[in-house]
Design a protein around this ligand. Structure first.
Ligand SMILES: NC(=O)c1ccc[n+]([C@@H]2O[C@H](COP(=O)([O-])OP(=O)(O)OC[C@H]3O[C@@H](n4cnc5c(N)ncnc54)[C@H](O)[C@@H]3O)[C@@H](O)[C@H]2O)c1
Length: 463
């Protein structure tokens, strides 16, 4: 059992702190946001994340989990300090490290004011540029801390919002990068109960750990952009992309995950991490062409959804759109870089009015964009009198809509399914004109059959 301070109680800090407490560690979570801390001390999570509240309440009751705004008080008794503050995108695409270095400054001031004090292990869980571990060390030395008083360890986070608690307890890998063997061992020990049957711990250099996080996110983002590009080609060739993705995903070298076309990736990580990696490449004279292409394709994908809507309703001016889903993916209330919000901006510019529904992300959206759109009480109210219904987030409750009820409330039966949730035939059966992403969805249009391809390319036997 270790005593751990978590600094920054956002999606990562809160999940990590709570789950480390569940593993038996004593955890104090620190944030500058007083309101958030007060709410958490009453056992209420400020974010929506499945199963999180239960673990928070249980660990508060069992006195292993505390929330506070007092960093110094936590540092006195806690030697492992996990930094989980945000590293958002700066104007030039690089990671904005101001919160991170203000935390380091506070740690440095604390150590200077309180020495002699036990050695602090500063663990970077925030996603930080390659070289941050080294920079952090120099920063602390320049701010009067002795080398013997601290060590830096990198332990990047790979959780997925929406299944973050599950991911914590079932990690594919836990990467720990560090030069100080004793510190690495202690960080390893906080996860001990997670690996009875299979040890997911991988020990690396600090720089390799830092780069692994960016490379993993960039690879996943690239997979999404790749499949979106193929889907856009399928739209033109009138091929059903799901047949193609099934075919390529069956190859174990490719894998069947992350092959779902849609409105592009969003969230707090992929957009900023791909940009930050491209920036790191540029800074070091390496043009990361694939990463840059993934970004470019993604930046255009929401416009493709707008064109799909236009193809159904014609001129968009004055058209009313029913929007289903606001969060960047299901099972989260996170709307940071959500494709639905980018779509809203484009549709408002085109002169549309919008009525939206999301099971959990409406308060965040309201706080962000206010009354520029209407907020409905359910999917059918959002669709009421709409010229087109657009499904942007594949929440489970949008997967089994009563299509007849939907058909009865809309003004025009147009459905844009940005997540390819529905069968084209089911939509047509209810009289909807339908557009998916990379699906042969228009009535009467020609589908390219295998025989056509064989004719065009002189047979497929060589492939
Ligand atoms: N959200 C994800 O899915 C995810 C996944 C993996 C990694 N990450 C990375 O983890 C880091 C945190 O991401 P997040 O989504 O949890 O961020 P977040 O914005 O949700 O939370 C950051 C928290 O840090 C607090 N904070 C800022 N400055 C502080 C300070 N000086 N002292 C104490 N608290 C301070 C803020 O008040 C906020 O509550 C980022 O680097 C991100 O890239 C995020």
């Amino acid at each position: 059992m270790e005593k751990i301070a978590i600094i920054g109680v956002g999606y990562v800090g809160l999940v990590t702190g709570t789950c480390l407490a569940e593993l038996g560690n004593h955890v104090t979570c620190i944030d500058l946001d007083k309101e958030k801390i007060e709410q958490l001390n009453q056992g209420i999570a400020p974010i929506y994340e499945p199963n999180l509240n239960t673990h928070i309440q249980k660990n508060i009751a069992e006195k292993r989990l505390l929330f506070s705004t007092n960093l110094a008080k936590a540092l006195i008794s806690h030697d492992i300090v996990i930094v989980c503050v945000g590293t958002p995108m700066d104007d030039d695409g690089s990671a904005d490290m101001s919160d991170y270095f203000s935390v380091l400054k506070a740690i440095a001031d604390f150590i200077k004011d309180t020495r002699p004090i036990s050695r602090k292990i500063i663990v970077n869980k925030s996603t930080v540029p390659v070289g941050t571990g080294k920079k952090a060390e120099l920063f602390l030395l320049e701010n009067g801390v002795y080398l013997s008083e601290f060590s830096i360890v990198s332990n990047p986070e790979f959780l997925r919002e929406g299944s973050a608690v599950y991911d914590f307890f079932h990690p594919d890998r836990i990467i720990i990068g560090g030069n100080d063997t004793e510190s690495v061992k202690r960080v390893q020990s906080i996860y001990r109960s997670l690996y009875r049957s299979r040890n997911p711990i991988m020990l690396t250099s600090i720089e390799a750990a830092e780069l692994t996080k960016y490379a993993a996110n960039a690879f996943l983002a690239t997979k999404i952009s790749f499949v979106n590009e193929i889907a856009n080609l399928c739209d033109t060739l009138n091929i059903d992309v799901s047949q193609v993705t099934k075919g390529i995903g069956a190859d174990n070298r490719i894998g069947r995950y992350f092959l779902h076309p849609g409105p592009g990736y969003g969230g707090a990580c992929f957009p900023k991490d791909t940009q930050a990696l491209a920036f790191i490449g540029k800074e070091n004279g390496v043009d990361l062409k694939i990463v840059n292409a993934a970004i470019e394709i993604n930046n255009n994908q929401v416009s493709i959804i707008v064109e799909k809507i236009r193809s159904l309703v014609g001129d968009l001016t004055g058209k009313h759109i029913g929007l289903l889903g606001l969060s960047f993916k299901p099972e989260t209330d996170d709307i940071r870089n959500a494709p639905a919000l980018a779509l809203i901006e484009l549709l408002l510019q085109e002169g549309c009015s919008i009525s939206a529904y999301d099971p959990v992300a409406m308060p965040n959206t309201q706080a962000e964009i206010g009354a520029r759109i209407q907020y409905a009480k359910d999917a059918y109210h959002a669709a009421n009198d709409a010229n087109a219904v657009v499904l942007m987030t594949e929440w489970n409750q949008f997967r089994l809509l009563d299509l007849q009820k939907l058909a009865d409330v809309v003004r025009e039966k147009n459905f844009v399914d940005a997540r390819n949730v529905y069968e084209v035939s089911a939509m047509h059966d209810h009289g909807f004109s339908y557009r998916g992403v990379g699906r042969h969805s228009s009535d009467g249009e020609k589908t390219v059959h295998l025989e056509d391809i064989e004719l065009s390319y002189g047979g497929l036997s060589d492939f």
